[in-house]
Structures are given as structure tokens and as C-alpha cells.
Design a protein. Structure first.
Length: 627
């Protein structure tokens, strides 16, 4: 048995399960070390995959006919999340999940979505699954284990080099002979090599990466395959089952954090039908893009992809080269990316760890998607707009404020024009547009992406995101969630050092996971994942700014427009409905501006969810070559 299932709401006190969106913890049984593998004792008190299958089938039959249908949201955690005790073999089977910190995080998330005013309205058609792949935690005790597991040759090199270096130092001071300088250097060099390998093992990044790709991905694939198979068997005959699930597909959405983003995209790539004609490009026509369906298996349809601080190379969205992200992204109906420049786990740790594994000859190619920022001074319309742009706030939805989205779809500038990444030894950030690379060490290839897949994402740059929160030592006041007070983007090396010292001293600010602590960012992530962009902006119109932690009143002109939009009749003509959604989008930009977030809206979101155009036509135009 490779997967275990636990109810997120069955606590040690046997508290009753709350009404609303059910939540389950799905755990891979792979252990931190291969020696720990053992048979799992059957526990008849815990749920099974069949429990989830029965729940999904029952809910699918109860979904209203005019609704989007049943939705399942799967959250996937990142690196270094072993919980309170990552060696779960020491615990009784029925207490393993409860002892795991990830179980508590997923429970908090599920409780939040059940309390959210918008999401809870759809509780009858939603299910939450928290997926637990076998990550472990960085511990000082890992040094002892790392020493004991050293291969014989490395152990000889470590201790031999140390003995040679120490003996040579003592003899050098005793005899004052330069003959001992060479042994000191060689001994120190040999010891340093092995010690560096030990440190790389202690930080568990490569061990987590191995388990994520080789255990986490395949167990997640197996989970979805078993659900697909079980749901097909819920209907009496195969023909009836195929017809039923064509009419009632279950929408799959993913929230992937950090290394969990790779688990998500790799799993979707495996689940995709590589022989689907719509997913195969035409070698005789390079401009013919791939148009794969969102359907996977016989039951599921991919809906929304939320990547939070993704530990994925920037090259994944800038190059036309096939990769796991591009293969997955084509199949999702909506895609969102949350990032911040101050994410030290990606900016320093991940980039350094991938230095000798990522196939690049320049250091800039190893930068991660989770550090991408939004260019605040990009205005494409006219000189007048450029002058006006200098006076406007740099926050908000920047391609909405510069009216770039008002253009015909085939004339809208690529979103790569709005994206950049910090290069520490340069005076300004480096843009991601391959045609506009300023430095000798570019962060992208010079090959233009013919399909413009980067335009399918909506980007939220949370570097200077401010929120009132109690998770730091500065409670009940607005402060930066991702960086230190008085810091601004782009960050200098000194500011990175200050941020790193603050983080390692008291884990504040949470540069890698602060998205889940902020009131607005958590609301944004969850509502986009559970209900989607269109319903999210519609709900904003009836949500006062105070409910999102904004004490400032809305501007009078915006207030009047929102009042007019809320007084419209449901049967208003299409032009009026479009104007209503544009007002909602303007309100969203104002909210994001007050939170000091910079965003770039995907043209797909604007033309589908605001203008009401057909998804297939919009997707086809976006993925056409813009040469």
C-alpha cells in the first residue's frame, strides 16, 4: 500500500467533523531513508481511497445542473517540511498524521476555506485534499547520520585529510619548515571537499528533490489513477460511466508550493496523453501550436494551477524548449504564479544547490521562477502614458493601468516585457524578454517563444506586500510580509544579508511561506484555487475594503461605479455585464495597490472572464506566433 488516507478533522479529542468542505490528508508511505521501508499495519478505523471515491461520486450527483460541477483542490507542500517528527516509523500508525506538522497546516487551510464567505457558498461541490510527499527536516542531528553513512573512500579522505592537515600545522610551527605548507593545503582541500558534501546532505535539498520526483510524483499519479478507476466503477456499465463523466467531469485544481510545484507539474505531465493529436506539434509547420484538452483520464479535467514560490527554473517560461511546466500549463484553464524577490530559500539556497546540476554555463540561468518580479515602469501606449505612469503608483495590475489589455488580443505585448529578475551585481533588474537582454550573462535564451506560454500565467509580485499580521514580533501593524521594513526592490547584497540574518534568527519575516500568513494573499490564493477568477472578481464588488484589512475608503469615483454595478439587474445586456466586470477589475487593482503588490494579468483572464469570449479561441490566439 503506497498511499494512506487520514481525515483532517479527526483530532485526538475525537472532535466531530465540521460541516462544509471535507478535507483529507493523502500521504505517501515512502520514508526518509530506504532502510525505513516497512509493511504498514492495516487500520480499519482510518479512511481509504474508496472513502474518497464514494464521497466524490455522491457529491457529483448532487451538484446543480447549471454549476461548474464538482471541484477537487489538491495542495502540495514544499522542501524541508518534515514536521515535528519526520521519522514517523517511531510512532504508532494511527498517530503518524497527527504528529506531522503538514497535517496541521493542511487542517488550518481547510478550516479557512470553510470559513471564507465566497468559498463556503460552494461547499456542496468542493473537496480538499492535502498531499504529503516524503520530505524531511533540516536537523543538527543530520550531521551525525551523514558522517556514519559516508562511503569508505570518502571517510578515508575526510579523516586522512584532517589528520594530515593538523599534523602538518603542528610540525610547521614546531620545525618552522616551509616543506609542510603543501601538506597543509592538500589536507585542507581534501577535508573541504568531503565536508562540503556532508553539508549538502545535511540541508536535505537533494534528498528531498529525489524523493519528490521519484516517490512523491508517482504516488500522486497513482492516487489520481485509482480515483479515476474507482469513479468509473461507481456507474453500472462502462458505456454509462463514460457518458456520465463526460457530462459531469470533476475539476482538478492544484496549489503547489516551492518544490511541490515540481511535483504538481511532473505528475500532470505523466498523466497527460502524449499521443493526443492536439498535444503533438507539427514538425512541418513550426507556427502550429499544441492545443491539448484539459481532460485527463476518463473522469477528471484540469482547472486551475496555483504556483507559490515555485522552485522551477526561469527558463521554463522564457524558452520554447519543451519542459515539464510547459507540458502541464497547456492543459490548465487558469494559471497563477506568486513570487517575491526576497525569497532566500530560492534566491540563495536553491540557486546555489542547483549550481552543479543545472545544465547552464552562466550563473544567471539558474534563477528560479519564485524570484521573478514585475517591472513597475513598463508602459507601452504612448509618451503621454509614460509621463502619467511616472506619477502613478507602481503597484496594482500594471498592464491594466497602462491600458495594454484594451488592445486587440493579437496586439497585446508579451507579459515577458513586464517581468524581470534581480541580478545582484547590476544596478537594475534584468528583464525576461529574450529580445531585450542587457547584460553579457542573460537570464533567458535568445530563442523567442513561438507559443507565448508565459502569457497564460497571471503574476503576483509580493516582494513589498504589506499586511497587518500577528505572525511576527510586530503585531497589529502593517508591515512587509516578505522583506524587512525600509527595504525596497531591487534588493542589494547587504539587504539580502540583513534579511537572511533576521530570518535565521527568529524566522521572521517568512520569506518563503509568508503568502499563507497574509490575510489578503491567503484569500487571493484560496478563492482563485477553489472558485476561479471570474467569480472572485464578481464577489469583490460586494466586499468592502475593510474586510480585506484596508482601512482607507475607496475613491469617490470608484465607489460610485461599484454602487452602480451592484444595482444592475441580472439580465443586463452583455455590454453592461462587461463594464461591470471591468469595474471589478479596477477595484481589484486598487486593492492590490493598497497592499503594495504588483500584478500582471494574463490576457486570457481578461478576454475570457471579463470580455466573455470563448476559451478555445482566446487560447489559440495567445499561443500563436507573434513574429
Amino acid at each position: 500500500m503506497d498511499i494512506l488516507v487520514d481525515n483532517l478533522f479527526i483530532e485526538p479529542t475525537n472532535a466531530p467533523e465540521p460541516q462544509g468542505i471535507p478535507g483529507y490528508l493523502i500521504r505517501s508511505t515512502a520514508r526518509a531513508n530506504v532502510e525505513d521501508l516497512q509493511d504498514i499495519t492495516e487500520d480499519n478505523t482510518r479512511p481509504t481511497i474508496q472513502t474518497i471515491i464514494d464521497l466524490l461520486y455522491t457529491k457529483s450527483k448532487k451538484c446543480p445542473k447549471n454549476s461548474e460541477g464538482l471541484g477537487v483542490v489538491i495542495a502540495i507542500h514544499g522542501y524541508n517540511t518534515g514536521g515535528a517528527d519526520s521519522d514517523l516509523t517511531k510512532l504508532p500508525v494511527n498517530n503518524e498524521a497527527i504528529a506531522d506538522g503538514i497535517w496541521k497546516n493542511y487542517q488550518k487551510l481547510c478550516k479557512y476555506v470553510n470559513s471564507d464567505a465566497l468559498i463556503s457558498q460552494k461547499s456542496d461541490s468542493l473537496v480538499f485534499l492535502g498531499y504529503r510527499w516524503p520530505s524531511e527536516t533540516i536537523k543538527i542531528q543530520n550531521i551525525t547520520t551523514s558522517l556514519s553513512t559516508l562511503p569508505f573512500l570518502l571517510k578515508v579522505l575526510l579523516w586522512g585529510s584532517l589528520i594530515v592537515a593538523i599534523a602538518s600545522v603542528l610540525l610547521f610551527f614546531w620545525l618552522s619548515s616551509p616543506i609542510f605548507v603543501a601538506p597543509i593545503i592538500l589536507g585542507t582541500f581534501g577535508f573541504g571537499i568531503v565536508f562540503s558534501l556532508i553539508i549538502l546532505r545535511v540541508i536535505v535539498y537533494f534528498r528531498d528533490s529525489y524523493r519528490a520526483i521519484n516517490y512523491g510524483v508517482h504516488d500522486l499519479v497513482e492516487l489520481i489513477r485509482q480515483l479515476d478507476k474507482g469513479l468509473m466503477e461507481c456507474v453500472q456499465s462502462e458505456d454509462e460511466a463514460q457518458n456520465y463523466w463526460k457530462q459531469h467531469p470533476i475539476k482538478l485544481s492544484f496549489i503547489g508550493h516551492s518544490l511541490g510545484s515540481q511535483v504538481t507539474t511532473q505528475a500532470v505531465r505523466i498523466l497527460s496523453d502524449v499521443f493526443d493529436p492536439n498535444s503533438v506539434g507539427n514538425i512541418n509547420d513550426e507556427k502550429a501550436g499544441k492545443r491539448p484538452s484539459s481532460r485527463i483520464g476518463q473522469v477528471f479535467s484540469l482547472s486551475r494551477l496555483i504556483l507559490i514560490a515555485p522552485d522551477i527554473p526561469v527558463l521554463a517560461i522564457t524558452s520554447g524548449r519543451a519542459n515539464f511546466l510547459r507540458s502541464s500549463l497547456r492543459r490548465f484553464e487558469e494559471a497563477y504564479l506568486f513570487s517575491n524577490e526576497g525569497d532566500l530559500a530560492l534566491r540563495l539556497a536553491s540557486t546555489a544547490a542547483n549550481y552543479f546540476s543545472f545544465p547552464a554555463k552562466t550563473r544567471t540561468q539558474g534563477y528560479r521562477l519564485g524570484n521573478v518580479t514585475v517591472r513597475s515602469n513598463t508602459y507601452h501606449s504612448s509618451k503621454l502614458n509614460k509621463v502619467r505612469g511616472q506619477l502613478e503608483s507602481k503597484y496594482g495590475i500594471v498592464n491594466w493601468k497602462d491600458r495594454n489589455l484594451y488592445k486587440p488580443l493579437d496586439e497585446i505585448s508579451s507579459l515577458l516585457d513586464y517581468l524581470e529578475i534581480n541580478v545582484l551585481n547590476k544596478v537594475q533588474n534584468q528583464g525576461l524578454d529574450p529580445a531585450n537582454q542587457k547584460y553579457q550573462s542573460p537570464v533567458t535564451t535568445a530563442i523567442k517563444d513561438r507559443e507565448s506560454l508565459a502569457d497564460l500565467f497571471t503574476y503576483f509580485d509580493c516582494t513589498e506586500y504589506k499586511e497587518r499580521t500577528n505572525y511576527t514580533n510586530a503585531p497589529n501593524r502593517d508591515r512587509y510580509m516578505m522583506i524587512l521594513d525600509k527595504q525596497t526592490s531591487p534588493l542589494t547584497l547587504l539587504e539580502y544579508l540583513q534579511l537572511g540574518w533576521a530570518y535565521f534568527r527568529n524566522n521572521s519575516p517568512d520569506v518563503h511561506g509568508g503568502y499563507f500568513w497574509g490575510k489578503f494573499s491567503r484569500q487571493l490564493i484560496c478563492q482563485l484555487a477553489f472558485v476561479g477568477f471570474q467569480e472572485f472578481i464578481e464577489f469583490l464588488l460586494v466586499t468592502p475594503p475593510q474586510d480585506m484589512g484596508i482601512e482607507e475608503l475607496r475613491p469617490p469615483q470608484l465607489e460610485d461605479k461599484i454602487a452602480w454595478a451592484n444595482n444592475l439587474q441580472a439580465e443586463a445586456v452583455s455590454e453592461i455585464r462587461i463594464e461591470r466586470k471591468q469595474i471589478a477589475l479596477n477595484y481589484l487593482s486598487w486593492i492590490i495597490e493598497k497592499k503594495q503588490i504588483q500584478a500582471v494579468l494574463s490576457p486570457e483572464r481578461y478576454y475570457i472572464d471579463v470580455m466573455g469570449e470563448k476559451r478555445e479561441e482566446v487560447r489559440s490566439k495567445i499561443m500563436m506566433s507573434k513574429e
